[in-house]
Each structure stands twice: as C-alpha cells, then as structure tokens.
Design a protein around this ligand. Structure first.
Ligand SMILES: [Zn+2]
Length: 274
C-alpha cells in the first residue's frame, strides 16, 4: 500500500511556497525589492471597506473652512504623484476628533483628524503628513505587510509539519530559530523600513507640490513635543525611526531643488492655516 512520506510532502509544500514567493516579487518606488502576495485590487477593496466603516463610527467635520483647507493641501500633494495615482479621484475626509492622526488607504482614501491640525501648524506641515501617508499607499506597504504576515504564518505551518517528523533535539532548535525570525527578523525592522521609505517619498511629493520641505523637520519636532501630554496616535501606527529627522535633513538638498520649479510657478496653495 502507498504510504505518503511526510518529509517529502513537506518538501513539496515548501517548494510550492517558495515558487509563490519568487513569483510575487515587486519593486517599491525607491527600488527596494518587495514581497507582494495579494492582488492590489483586493487590497484596495479592503481599504475602501475600512474607510466606509470608519465614516459610520467617527463624526465627520462639517466646518467649511477646515474642509477647504485640508482639501486644498491634499489635492496639491496628490497632483505631485505620478499620473497612475491620479486616474481615479481620491476621497478626502476630515474627522472630528482630538486624535493627532491622519492616514491614507489603498483605494484612494485619505482621513485627517482635526486634532492633527493643532500640531501641524501650517499648510507645509500638513502637506508633510499627507505626503507621508500617500507615500505608504504608493509604495504598496499594506500589501507588503499583509504578505509578510502571510509568509510568516505559512513558514511556521510548514515548519510545524516538518517538526513533527523530526527528533526532539532539532525540534527545539528550529522552533527557536523560526520564533526569533518571526519576532525580530522580519516584523520589527519592516516597520522602520516602511517609515523611512514613506518619509523619503513623502518629502519628494510635498517639495514637488511647492510646499516648504524644511517644515517636515519642524512637524516631527512638534510631534515629539506632544509626547509629554500623551503620545500622538499617529506615532502608534507610525513608529518613529530614531534617525528620522537626520534622514529628512540628508534628503533636504534634493527636496529644495525639487521644490524650486513649483514654488516659482506658485504651486504652493496659499491658504490660511487653522
Ligand atoms: Zn508612516
């Protein structure tokens, strides 16, 4: 009678998983290789669904001046994105909340909380936040994060099958290796990579839109000052790399050069900050 060989089956499953991973490699706008296991249309649908749910749970600002201000800044930043991101109109909503927060979701959705407008002191600082959020969408960070989580769980489940066919000594060693990989090898550094990439792309966007790129540094300094009265919510989903300001300053000469043509043409929206 045919008896399946467990290790052989494990090998087949692992090979199939590796083939899937290899066929799902993409490249971010900064040229970084990415693992993208999900269909972008599906990720966009998830973004739209999340946004619709949020709109039913959080009050939406009806203040005309505040809405015009946020729309004006967000649209100016969006105009600086490559054409493919402008194919469909983006929905921009101002949420009435003390939260110091903003986000952009796949599917073309942007949310800004009124609490952020007290920390982002002018249109340049608001453009820095919105540019950073749009950059997360442009670089497909949601898809990449979902994919890495999927890859970790698939790797662990394949490892689990393999472990059941091994002796106790190797089981302990492998468990420890995969556990460590899941905690510090993939997940944590991943967030820092995304934050730095979103900073670089976001700075370029705000500069090309004609805003003052130097104000991005001031914005993160303002965020850091908020720490004494409670950490701003945006920092819980956007961990701050220790060298964020240093990296922004390194990118500043290029950003200032990028901003010159737009500033000469008067592309920076002249708006009254709140
Ligand atoms: Zn971020």
């Amino acid at each position: 009678m045919f008896k399946p060989n467990r290790l052989k089956l494990t090998h087949v499953a692992f090979s199939a998983f590796c083939a899937l991973v290899l066929s799902s490699c993409a490249e971010s706008p900064t040229g970084r290789p990415q693992l993208m296991l999900f269909d972008n249309t599906q990720v966009s649908k998830m973004g739209i669904q999340t946004f619709e749910e949020l709109k039913t749970k959080t009050p939406i600002s009806k203040d005309k001046k505040t809405n015009q201000y946020v729309q004006c800044v967000a649209q100016a930043v969006l105009k600086a994105t490559p054409q493919k991101y402008q194919a469909n109109p983006w929905e921009i909503v101002v949420f009435e909340s003390d939260q110091v927060n903003a986000f952009a979701l796949p599917g073309g959705k942007i949310g800004v909380y009124t609490g952020l407008l007290l920390v982002a002191e002018n249109q340049h600082q608001l453009a820095a936040v919105i540019g950073h959020e749009i950059a997360h969408v442009m670089a497909g960070h949601s898809n990449e994060r979902l994919s890495s989580n999927q890859a970790i769980s698939a790797t662990l489940s394949v490892a689990d099958v393999a472990l059941s066919a091994m002796n106790t000594q190797y089981k302990a060693e492998l468990s420890s290796a995969f556990g460590l990989g899941a905690q510090v090898g993939l997940v944590l550094p991943f967030s820092r990579v995304h934050e730095t990439e979103a900073d670089v792309i976001g700075l370029d966007l705000m500069a090309k839109a004609g805003f003052e790129p130097e104000q991005s540094v001031k914005l993160w300094q303002n965020m850091a000052k908020q720490g004494s009265g409670g950490t701003p919510q945006i920092l819980s989903s956007h961990p701050v790399p220790e060298n964020r300001i240093k990296k922004l300053q390194q990118q500043m000469p290029a950003a200032l050069t990028s901003s010159k043509p737009a500033r000469r043409r008067g592309h920076c929206p002249v708006v009254i900050s709140n």
